[in-house]
Design a protein around this ligand. Structure first.
Ligand code: UT7
Length: 361
């Protein structure tokens, strides 16, 4: 039986910070509301392209695994905020890192893109079709935000993470996974005014906006993630007590608390970084996993439980058995170009563009 061990990991968080206090300078919100309802204190704003973040995260993962990019035979990139419609972003990253032997596929399942990618990569390695796969998850969501919408804009941020999966005969890696989609909730999270469903003749075209039913998503997310977690544990004949650390999608501290309570996971075993980055969509799990490793919270032989949900509504869970190595073989010095602007300064033209449009209509 072939398995797919995680041998490399890495992250890229852009340097520009946007705090809750920054948000309160241009919208009717407060640190008190955002902190108490979500746990988020600040988020990052990207000053370059999404593929630049993905490239840096991938370079860290390659160094951690001690692999040359030419050894990678597949890149799966989970994101909804691609550099362009065409070419796909995975192929831009392939070129940037020099992975000339890799096929390159983008996966858009919103926040679940990383776990969907892990599930697919694992399955392809098990069939023997691929041996070394780079799975990336991340988002440049600030670019697609309507910054006049306080109910949505305060929740999200930009970041990217990546892992390397390598074929092994040892029983390691993603031992069980379950992904799914609730078919009656496509409009619960929706980015509008982009894409073929929207008239190019409309004045709103290319001014992304959001349909967002926060409370509905909250309830469904907790239920779907809990049952997916129970299912993957059952697949392996394990109980929640066997799990050493949970690395869930970071959307809201209250969602993390509700999920942990529902499945009986002690809160000190839950990896949390939502206060630093907000919801980075497909980036949350690989970034949190990388930080869990950096903080020595993953030990050799640990069972790591992942759970996720996002627009669609898509959902999933995965159970990973970690190998012996919990530190990178090498450290990459890859980083984004320096950024001289604050988060607010990067966003200023974007906010102004929406203001001007609102004033004109
Ligand atoms: O990865 C998938 C992405 N989706 C999610 O993460 C969504 C999950 N849902 C949630 O996290 C929560 O439902 C939210 C954080 C979005 C909202 O929390 P809530 O406790 O469900 O608040 P609410 O929607 O019931 O809003 C309560 C009040 C409303 O005012 P009224 O109608 O009671 O007067 C809102 O207008 O809070 C108001 N409000 C705000 N006030 C200050 C909404 N956004 C803000 C804001 N600042 N940013």
């Amino acid at each position: 039986m072939q398995y797919a061990q995680i041998t490399g990991w890495g992250k890229c968080v852009p340097p520009a910070v946007l705090s809750n206090a920054d948000l309160a300078t241009f919208m009717d919100t407060s640190d008190e509301w955002i902190s108490s309802r979500t746990g988020i204190k600040e988020r990052r704003i990207c000053h370059v392209n999404f593929s630049d973040m993905a490239t840096v995260a991938a370079q860290h993962a390659l160094a951690a695994a001690n692999l040359d990019a030419s050894e990678i035979d597949l890149i799966l990139l989970g994101s909804l905020t691609m550099d362009s419609l065409c070419p796909n972003t995975a192929s831009i990253v392939q070129n940037a890192i020099g992975a000339h032997n890799a096929a390159s596929i983008d996966i858009n399942s919103a926040c679940t893109g990383f776990l969907y990618g892990l599930h697919i990569a694992n399955s392809l390695i098990q069939t023997g079709a691929h041996k070394k796969v780079l799975v990336i998850g991340g988002e440049f969501i600030s670019h697609y935000m309507n910054w006049a919408r306080r109910d949505v804009a305060v929740l999200f941020g930009d970041a990217c993470g990546a892992v390397i999966l390598e074929a092994t005969n040892e029983k390691l890696g993603l031992l069980a996974s379950r992904i799914g989609c609730e078919m009656d909730t496509t409009s619960a999270i929706q980015i509008t005014n982009l894409g073929s469903a929207y008239s190019r003749l409309s004045d709103d075209f290319l001014y992304p906006d959001w349909n967002f039913e926060g409370q509905e998503v909250f309830k469904r997310a907790v239920k779907a993630m809990a049952s997916a977690c129970e299912e993957v544990l059952q697949q392996e004949g394990l109980s929640i007590d066997d799990v050493n650390i949970m690395v869930p999608h970071q959307a809201n501290q209250r969602i993390l608390d509700a999920l942990a309570k529902r499945i009986g996971m002690p809160s000190d075993k839950v990896m949390v970084n939502v206060h630093k980055y907000g919801n980075t969509s497909a980036g949350t799990i690989p970034v949190a996993l990388t930080e869990a490793l950096e903080q020595s919270r993953v030990k050799p032989g640990d069972y790591v439980l992942m759970a996720t949900f996002g627009a669609g509504l898509t959902w999933g869970a995965g159970l990973v058995k970690w190998g012996d190595r919990v530190s990178p073989v090498h450290q990459s010095d890859a980083e984004l170009p320096p950024c001289k602007q604050t988060g607010l300064e990067i966003l200023a033209p974007h906010i102004e563009r929406y203001r001007a449009k609102a004033a004109a209509s």
